[in-house]
Design a protein around this ligand. Structure first.
Ligand SMILES: CC(C)(COP(=O)(O)OP(=O)(O)OC[C@H]1O[C@@H](n2cnc3c(N)ncnc32)[C@H](O)[C@@H]1OP(=O)(O)O)[C@@H](O)C(=O)NCCC(=O)NCCS
Length: 169
């Protein structure tokens, strides 16, 4: 299902057909460093992640992490979407792109459209984001999206501290 389109990008639901791309993204050094090691090592692991993560969230919440693909050639470049976690009261925005597609404004283009979708279609009054304290690329993007640093939080006692950004509508 297509969630939204921007000038250069298509943002759509992930399917198990995206396993190859997810396998690459979840093993990229930037994902492992700033998001974590989800232990996804094979195409089968990637398919399981897609089904138990994003697809389950589409079914439960009506939204979730989406695939972002380039309109011109349909090449998948990243993921971007809204997440409802048990550990956070508010819906948060998440994004990750393969490094070869950084520095082109793709993350900003899809994340701003996802925020617009969240406020207009889902009628969210507040969106938050959590990011590792040393993830400067992510903080820079969140600020360009109009989000402001609010406080440090810990999602659970096992988690390290993260920075919580927010925007209210
Ligand atoms: C966080 C992340 C998505 C940011 O990606 P990004 O490509 O830097 O973000 P943007 O889309 O906002 O691109 C901004 C850059 O593109 C440049 N740019 C080029 N063309 C542009 C255009 N048409 N429009 C806007 N910016 C453009 C900007 O000048 C800016 O460059 P700068 O960083 O040198 O100032 C990326 O670093 C990433 O995937 N990291 C790994 C995963 C991760 O940490 N996710 C966040 C977890 S909380």
């Amino acid at each position: 299902m297509i969630v939204l389109e921007t000038e250069r990008l298509i943002v759509r639901y992930l399917t198990t057909g995206d396993a190859e791309f997810i396998l690459e993204l979840l093993n990229d050094p930037s994902w492992l460093k700033f998001i974590g090691d989800f232990g996804v090592r094979t195409l089968e692991d990637a398919r399981n992640y897609i089904v138990k993560g994003p697809i389950q969230m589409y079914e439960r919440e009506g939204f979730g992490l989406n695939l972002t693909a380039r309109k011109a050639d349909a090449v998948p470049i990243g993921i971007c979407g809204l997440i409802k976690r048990d550990t956070l009261e508010d819906v948060d925005i998440g994004f990750a792109f393969l490094p070869r597609y950084w520095g082109k404004g793709y993350a900003f283009e899809s994340a701003s459209a996802v925020i617009e979708y969240g406020t207009h279609s889902l009628r969210l009054k507040r969106i938050v984001a959590i990011t590792a304290p040393d993830n400067h690329n992510s903080a820079k993007l969140l600020e360009r999206l109009g989000m402001r640093f609010e406080r440090m939080i810990r999602l659970s006692p096992e988690h390290k501290e993260s920075r919580l950004f927010s925007i209210d509508f």
